[in-house]
Design a binder for this molecule. Sequence first.
Ligand code: SAM
Length: 276
Amino acid sequence: MTHMDWAAMADMLELEGETHSPYVRQALDELRDSRPRRILDIGSGPGVAACRMAEVFPDAEVTAVDGSPELLQRAEKRAARLGVSLRTRVASFPEGLADLGRADLVWSGQVVHHVGDQQDALNRLAGLLEPGGVLAVVEGELPARSLPRDLGFGRPGLQARMDATREERFSQMRSELPGSVRVVEDWPSMLRAAGLISVRSKSFLVDHPAPLAEGPRASVARYLGQRRTMLDGTLDAEDLATLDRLLDPTDPEGVALRPDLFLLTAKTVHYAHLPA
Ligand SMILES: C[S@@+](CC[C@H](N)C(=O)[O-])C[C@H]1O[C@@H](n2cnc3c(N)ncnc32)[C@H](O)[C@@H]1O
């Protein structure tokens, strides 16, 4: 496992997964002609995508794989609630991938960038495929937007400044991973280098316009709350005060109540096949 406490992020991961999940259905639509018998979701977290796969491919055996037993318990509860069939398996990447067996569809959403050697991780994911199988890797999303540039208070452009600090922290996170290797993050080329063919990328818009429903609103609030903790000491005092005001549940200008809150981002799925 990486140094991140994933189990502590369970609520946020599940809420965010649900808010973004229409893209998973659209991404699976691209595979509608395939009939996977076995599916592995590597780094499934609380299983939002894995349950979606179980729903879309009801004849397939779907296994959610993650390093966090707590998150897999969430996945099991979610599957039971939705009435879909889901297996779970605790495994640490990359070494724990070796004995998972092969699959016709291997999905991995926002996980590879948490592994030190990303090319090695892709090589190992490719190694899980049956001949003719598909690897779908979700990486390289656009930064989410949820607030107007000018909030009416604080310095305009807060989200752009938060994104800039996030980039710095992301690079730091990557450099501190065990066995960290710098690579050109050109996902299609990396998938080809893993021996895969017919590589293509498709991006899906996650578009929740204002006014936001309860779920997406809660997801944005959790995300900003997490950022507030992470960015302490990085953003200047004025921006931190603006964030605090945004996170005050009683403030009419805060994210809990403001009518102009929205959620706009895009997810990119890179598909690649093992030759039959
Ligand atoms: C950002 S979350 C993505 C969750 C889900 N796939 C999604 O798209 O919402 C990353 C997940 O990968 C798992 N993970 C990260 N590094 C891991 C490692 N080295 N071994 C096992 N699991 C890992 C975490 O436990 C977490 O559930």
